[in-house]
Write a protein that binds this ligand. Structure first.
Ligand code: DGP
Length: 112
């Protein structure tokens, strides 16, 4: 999608603080971090949300990338949270599916 900011970031057309890049996805630091470490996993392929996603293999690859990110930013041993917001009630603000990897502090439960 031409006007999608995450498409532009994933294709390297817009600047971002990249943690890891693979052919299928990019992991970047969130511009508005909610934890000391807050990384977004953004697939290159544009799909609005989990509701429209059908590629099981790629979704699995995104989760594996989340694990790799946690190791790279050194929150794997302390623990971390992986979040996928879906739609309005889910708190999704950017309509391009993405995972959040949050760590560096103890997370609360239930989430807000
Ligand atoms: P969500 O609310 O689940 O759709 O998460 C969107 C996140 O994306 C939110 O935490 C802020 C972040 N974000 C939005 N625009 C940009 C951007 O241009 N660059 C970066 N690095 N993060 C962004």
């Amino acid at each position: 999608m031409t006007d999608c900011i995450f498409c532009k970031i994933a294709k390297g057309e817009s600047k971002a603080d990249v943690v890891i890049r693979t052919p299928d996805a990019v992991a970047i630091r969130d511009v508005n971090p909610q934890a000391p470490d807050h990384v977004l996993i953004i697939p290159v392929k544009h799909v609005d949300s989990l509701n429209d996603w059908t590629d099981v293999e790629l979704l699995g690859a995104l989760m594996m990338l989340a694990k790799e990110v946690a190791r790279k930013v050194m929150i794997d041993h302390g623990g971390y949270r992986v979040v996928l917001n879906v739609g309005n009630h889910g708190g999704q603000t950017v309509p391009h599916l993405h995972l959040h990897v949050l760590g560096g502090r103890r997370m609360k439960w239930p989430p807000g």
